[in-house]
Every structure is written in structure tokens, then in C-alpha cells.
Design a protein around this ligand. Structure first.
Ligand code: PLP
Length: 410
């Protein structure tokens, strides 16, 4: 078996210009990649290049620039399809972000397939983006949102999942990796269990796609969503993967230019997928920039990225647990590089403010996962999350900052 070399973080850090700047007179320890990742030079350069040399509206022009921009946009779709292991680029719809991708499915597929008395099954660890669109749909259709509980480590109760899939379950919609807890869900098993009962599955891959190899064909899920900005790409661009036959059967999400084949006052007909779901001028440069981000992470290697994070997660966990009164929220065995914690006597926001003085950028709050906070009986956590550019020094800086906060509040 070949052993992959570890990531060369010293070299990787040079790809991210923002890491060259200091923060409050200190080295910047950026530990908030789960919220949004920083951008490497190839992504920044691609955006600049597109606007300087290749920009025009796409799909409509017959002139060279428009044809070139169209080609680059469609190439980005091919890159995303290859990243996810989709059968065809037709299965990749560009959206604004993971949130819009889920809203698209809830609005289009949901209105067509969910009726009075039906059920949508989510889990207790979902991001609000995978709760609220279903609540809105359920309210409109008279359907019910059901929730799979999680245990004290933040792992999904799989036996409860099985029990909660019933004859009225229309969709199982589950996060692949939790942004608040770091838990990696056994999505292969979840899809198998749901399919045995004839229920389709949506997977929220906002945190998994930047951190591990994902293969939608092997997973066999019906839908998979993620955001470009967490994958070291631009903001304003996201992805919905959907099996072609489902996308084809779904009604349009938004109406306007590009999504139509013909328009008259008597009625309109729709374009083929995926264009049927891309009404109006899309985020052209951002999609092309996402293509550059996909190239970047594939070149580093998603397996190496996963191993890098796992190694740093072990180190960070060990170091944080040295601190008195610190409790980790999210201790599932299968976890990615998210370290959520609370410290006795120190409010998470005060902690994050003190860490900022140390040049450490972390997130404090409910992380758009209020049900997770309720489950663990805390109003908020402080969360350090890892990316390809992080090293042990970042985590040491974090630990020193937390240690000082504990002393200040003692
Ligand atoms: N799902 C998960 C698990 C997330 O972590 C996030 C963002 O933090 C989202 C969905 C929503 O992503 P976006 O705000 O890019 O739409």
C-alpha cells in the first residue's frame, strides 16, 4: 500500500496571501474555516484573470468572449461533477450556496412530492439551512418535520433513525458532517436504510466536501449540496447535485431568462437540466473561481487533507483538554477538524474577544445550529475549525489565548 506524503503546510501557507498579514500585532491564527475558508492565490488569480481577460455574459453571445466565458463556466461544472463523482455535468446545478441548494429542492421537489400528513426526516444536528426550508415546506403542505436524536457525544442515534422512517416519510435530509460538533455521519448506511424503505436522501455536504473525498455515485444519494466559499472558492457560488431523472422531473425553481426554451403570453416551456434551474445571469466568475478551487484541493489530495485535519484534531483535542474547566461539545468517534468547547465561568463571546487579541480568529455563538446548543444545554460554544493552512502553532496560539482568558476570569 502506498503511503501518501503529508501536506506541506509551510508551502501551502504561502498560497494564501491573507496569512501573511498579522493580526493585532500577532501572527494570524485563522481557525474559522468552517464558517468560510480563506482563498489561495490560484483562486484569486482566476477571478482577476476572468475579469481582466475573459469576462462576458454566457450562453447568449455568439462572439469570442462570450463563447470563451461560457466554455470556462461549463468547464467549472465538469470539474465539480468530477469532484463529486457525478455521472454527468448535467447533474450539477450552480446556485448561490448550500442554503439556496436546499431551498431549491424544498421548493421544487418538495412542492411536487410532499403533501398533507407526509413527513420529512432531519437530525438534531442540522444547520438551520437544513431545518428552516423544510419547516416552511411543511407549514405550506400540512406535512410534519421529524427529528432523529443525537447522543451525548454528538453522534447520531442510528436505531432511532431507522424507527423514524415510516410510511409517510418522503425525504431523509441529513448533514454529512456537522458544523457545530464535527460529527461525521454514517451517510452510506443512512442512504441504504432510507432506500430499503423507498425514501430518497438529501445530504448536506457543506462541511464534508472541503475535507474528504465524496463520491455521490457510490453514496447513491438523490441530492448532495455544498458551498464554494467553504471549499477555498469564492462566495456567491454553490452546488446542487441531483440525480438526472429527479432533476428532469422537477418543476422550475425560479423563472426568468436562461431557464426557458420558449416564452409566449400563452405559456412557456423549460430548458434542459441543469439550465432549467439557473434562471438569470449566474455568478459567472465565481463559478470559474470555484473550478480553480476544485483543482486546488484535488491537487493537494482530499485524502491527504482529511489526514492532515485528523492529525491536527488529535493534537488540538489533547492540548485543549489540558485546560481546567474546559468541556468539548462534540466528541463523536468519527469527527472532522471542528473543536467546539465551553469553559466554566467564561462566556464564549468574551473568550472569542480575548482570542482575537491573541491574533486567533474563532467563532463564538450557536453556529446556526440552535437545536445542537439546546441538546447540550449551552447557549453558545467557542469553535475553532481547521483548514489546509493550519498547523500546530495555530493550535498552540489558541490554547495560550484560552489559558489567559481563564486566568482573567478566575
Ligand atoms: N450546512 C452546513 C453544515 C453548514 O456548516 C453551513 C454553513 O455554515 C451551511 C449548511 C450553509 O452554508 P451557506 O451559508 O454557505 O449556504
Amino acid at each position: 500500500m502506498s503511503v501518501l506524503p503529508p501536506l506541506d503546510v509551510t508551502r501551502i501557507r504561502k498560497d494564501f496571501p491573507i496569512l501573511e498579514r498579522g493580526m493585532r500585532g500577532k501572527r494570524l491564527a485563522f481557525l474559522d474555516s468552517a464558517a468560510s475558508a480563506q482563498k489561495p492565490r490560484p483562486v484569486i488569480d482566476t477571478l482577476s484573470h476572468v475579469y481582466s481577460h475573459e469576462y462576458a455574459n454566457i450562453h447568449r453571445g455568439v462572439y469570442e468572449l462570450s463563447e470563451r466565458a461560457t466554455r470556462r463556466y461549463e468547464e467549472a461544472r465538469e470539474k465539480v461533477a468530477a469532484l463529486l463523482g457525478a455521472a454527468s455535468p448535467r447533474e450539477i446545478v450552480f446556485t448561490r450556496n448550500a442554503t439556496e441548494s436546499i431551498n431549491l429542492v424544498a421548493s421544487s421537489w418538495g412542492r411536487q412530492n410532499v403533501g398533507e400528513g407526509d413527513e420529512i426526516l432531519v437530525t438534531h444536528m442540522e444547520h438551520h439551512a437544513n431545518i428552516v426550508p423544510w419547516q416552511l415546506l411543511c407549514e405550506e403542505r400540512g406535512a410534519k418535520l421529524r427529528v432523529v436524536p443525537i447522543d451525548d457525544d454528538g453522534a447520531l442515534c442510528m436505531d432511532e433513525l431507522e424507527k423514524r422512517i415510516g410510511p409517510r416519510t418522503r425525504l431523509v435530509s441529513v448533514v454529512h458532517v456537522s458544523n457545530a460538533l464535527g460529527t461525521i455521519n454514517p451517510v452510506q448506511d443512512i442512504v441504504r436504510i432510507a432506500h430499503e424503505r423507498g425514501v430518497p436522501v438529501l445530504l448536506d455536504g457543506a462541511q464534508s466536501v472541503p475535507r474528504m473525498a465524496v463520491d455521490v455515485a457510490a453514496l447513491d444519494c438523490e441530492f448532495y449540496v455544498f458551498s464554494g466559499h467553504k471549499l477555498y472558492g469564492p462566495s456567491g457560488i454553490g452546488v446542487l447535485y441531483g440525480k438526472a431523472e429527479l432533476l428532469e422531473a422537477m418543476p422550475p425553481y425560479q423563472g426568468g431568462g436562461e431557464m426557458i426554451r420558449t416564452v409566449s403570453f400563452e405559456g412557456s416551456t423549460w430548458n434542459d437540466v441543469p439550465n432549467k434551474f439557473e434562471a438569470g445571469t449566474p455568478a459567472i466568475a465565481e463559478a470559474i473561481g470555484l473550478g480553480a478551487a476544485v483543482d486546488y484541493v484535488r491537487e493537494l489530495g482530499l485524502e491527504r487533507i482529511a489526514r492532515h485535519e485528523a492529525e491536527l484534531l488529535d493534537y488540538g483535542t489533547e492540548r485543549l483538554l489540558e485546560l481546567p474547566g474546559l468541556r468539548l461539545i462534540g466528541t463523536a468517534r468519527e469527527k472532522i477538524g471542528v473543536l467546539g468547547f465551553v469553559v466554566d465561568g467564561v462566556h464564549p463571546h468574551d473568550l472569542a474577544t480575548i482570542l482575537d487579541q491573541h491574533g486567533v480568529a474563532v467563532r463564538a455563538g450557536h453556529h446556526c445550529a440552535q437545536p445542537v446548543m439546546q441538546r447540550f444545554g449551552v447557549p453558545a460554544t467557542t469553535r475553532a475549525s481547521l483548514g489546509v493552512y493550519n498547523d500546530r502553532e495555530d493550535l498552540d496560539q489558541l490554547v495560550e489565548g484560552v489559558r489567559e482568558a481563564i486566568e482573567v476570569f478566575r
